[in-house]
Structure formats: structure tokens, C-alpha cells
Ligand binder design. Structure first.
Ligand SMILES: *[C@@H]1O[C@H](CO)[C@@H](O)[C@H](O)[C@H]1NC(C)=O
Length: 278
């Protein structure tokens, strides 16, 4: 009687010890602060950044073009599961960039809680193929965990993105296991096999400096809510590996943009807008 109880206790503590030993640390994220600028103020009639904006951030007039599209079923099954498979072509770069991104909401600024949730769902510090990033907006933060692959762009020219059939094939061929088996075995590739294109969006990126950081401003022409024209989303962003830097420089950049009259006090929801409007 006692013996078997002791044995049970020993087995139980061994199981607990094993699971403690096997638990891997959370992923270590970097941080990307993204703040919106008021398009009606910062863009000229040509929908390019005004010279005063460029000079404030030591930006050249040259831009880098990026063409971006997402793939999903029309019922947005993939997006609703928190994933976004994306194909991007960056000007002057070889190959299409394929990204499989999983989003986790961050509530009340609790980044560790989101990292722990991701850990329990299989993303820990051992997942070297994946990168964790805190997307830090005006009031909202999101944890994204993404895996990047590439695919040859031979047969395509300039900024062209693959058509629906090739887009499906490329994303299916490179699909990582965690994405593919997210809800059940081969869930991801099965959904991609009947996916359509959301987009494309031909965005333009300017690169400058501010406060010792590399600063980007991107202009994204996205279909407007009525579907009758284009709405320009202008987003300033910088990256850092430090949460402290992200917090303090985010506040500084809000102050600067506000003082200039350029700030749009809203969170950026580019992917959501694309999923809604295309
Ligand atoms: C998609 O593009 C590929 C490569 O350019 C081409 O071979 C194929 O015929 C296209 N498919 C459709 C359905 O247009």
C-alpha cells in the first residue's frame, strides 16, 4: 500500500522533473516600432513623401519598391487561424521572398505572456528557423513569429509577382511543418491548394536615419473601403533588439511626428486592411 503510493509519487515527480527539464526557453524577440503618418499632410500631389519629410530623416528621393501579396482561401481560413503566408518581391533582389507568419496578440503590454503562449504552441528558443518580433504600434502590440523561405523568380520580370497557380505551388513547396500541420496534418498546404491572391500592393520604401537609428517610411497604396479608389497608408518604422529602446524611441518619435503635424494617432492594420479589401 505505502510502497505503491511511494512509487506513484516517485513516478509523478519524475514526470514533473522531466517536463521541467524539457521545457525550452521562450523565443527572444526583436522589436519593430511602426507609427502611422497622415497621408494628406506628408504626401505631395504625386503621392510621394514631401521634401520636408525626406530632409527631416536624411532620406534620398530614391525609393525601393516592394510588391506584396497574401494567399488565403476566400473564407480566410488561414488568416483566421492566425497565419499569413506572403509573397514579396523587393526591387533589385533576386527571387521571391516567401514568409509564413503566425500572429499572437499582446494584451496589456505583457510580451512575455504572448511568448509563453507561443512556447506552449510549439515555438521556443530551439526553433532557429523562426524569428520572433514584437510589432509595436501606437497603442497596440502584436507578437509575430515568422519563417522565411525563397523561390526562384525566373520566368517573371521586374516587380511582377507569381500568378495564383504559381503562388500556390511556391508556398506549398516551401511550407514549414509547423504551418502545414497547425490544425491537422497538411492543413496549411491543403488550404493553400485552393487559395487566392489578396493584393498585390506595390509599396515604396524610403530609408533614412533618425536619433541614431535607421528609419524607414513606407507608402502603401491600398484599395479604399468602398473599393472605388486608393487609400495611401504611410508608416514610419524602426527596428531594435532592445525593449527599452523601443519604448523610449517610440515615445520620442510620436512627439516629433506630433510636433510636425504629421502623426496619425491610430494603429497600423495593413494586413487586416488587405484581407478585408481584396
Ligand atoms: C502562371 O504563370 C506561369 C509562369 O509564368 C505560366 O506558365 C502559367 O501558364 C500561368 N498560369 C496561369 C493560369 O495563367
Amino acid at each position: 500500500m505505502y510502497a505503491s503510493r511511494n512509487l506513484l509519487a516517485a513516478v509523478a515527480s519524475a514526470i514533473i522533473a522531466t517536463s521541467l527539464v524539457q521545457a525550452s526557453p521562450n523565443m527572444v524577440p526583436d522589436y519593430e516600432v511602426k507609427l502611422l503618418m497622415n497621408p494628406t499632410v506628408v504626401l505631395g500631389t504625386d503621392f510621394k513623401l514631401k521634401p520636408t519629410v525626406l530632409s527631416t530623416f536624411s532620406m534620398p528621393t530614391t525609393v525601393t519598391k516592394m510588391n506584396v501579396q497574401f494567399l488565403d482561401k476566400s473564407n480566410e481560413e488561414i488568416y483566421n487561424a492566425g497565419w499569413s503566408p506572403r509573397i514579396r518581391k523587393i526591387e533589385d533582389e533576386d527571387d521571391f521572398e516567401l514568409t509564413y507568419k503566425k500572429r499572437y496578440p499582446i494584451t496589456n503590454g505583457d510580451i512575455n505572456a504572448a511568448l509563453t503562449t507561443a512556447n506552449t504552441e510549439g515555438f521556443d528558443s530551439g526553433d532557429t528557423g523562426y524569428e520572433a518580433q514584437v510589432e509595436w504600434g501606437y497603442q497596440k502590440q502584436t507578437l509575430s513569429i515568422s519563417r522565411e523561405k525563397s523561390s526562384s523568380d525566373s520566368g517573371y520580370s521586374g516587380m511582377d509577382l507569381p500568378n495564383q497557380s504559381d503562388s500556390r505551388d511556391y508556398l506549398i513547396d516551401e511550407a514549414p511543418d509547423k504551418f502545414d500541420d497547425w490544425l491537422y496534418n497538411n492543413w496549411g498546404t491543403t488550404a493553400l491548394a485552393s487559395a487566392r491572391i489578396f493584393g498585390p500592393i506595390l509599396a515604396k520604401r524610403s530609408i533614412g536615419t533618425w536619433s541614431g537609428l535607421q528609419l524607414y517610411i513606407e507608402v502603401w497604396p491600398i484599395k479604399n473601403a468602398a473599393g472605388t479608389g486608393i487609400e495611401y497608408i504611410v508608416e514610419a518604422s524602426f527596428k531594435t533588439t532592445s525593449a527599452t529602446t523601443a519604448a523610449s524611441k517610440q515615445a520620442d518619435l510620436i512627439t516629433l511626428l506630433t510636433n510636425k503635424g504629421w502623426f496619425l494617432a491610430q494603429d497600423s492594420l495593413k494586413t487586416q486592411l488587405i484581407m478585408e479589401r481584396y
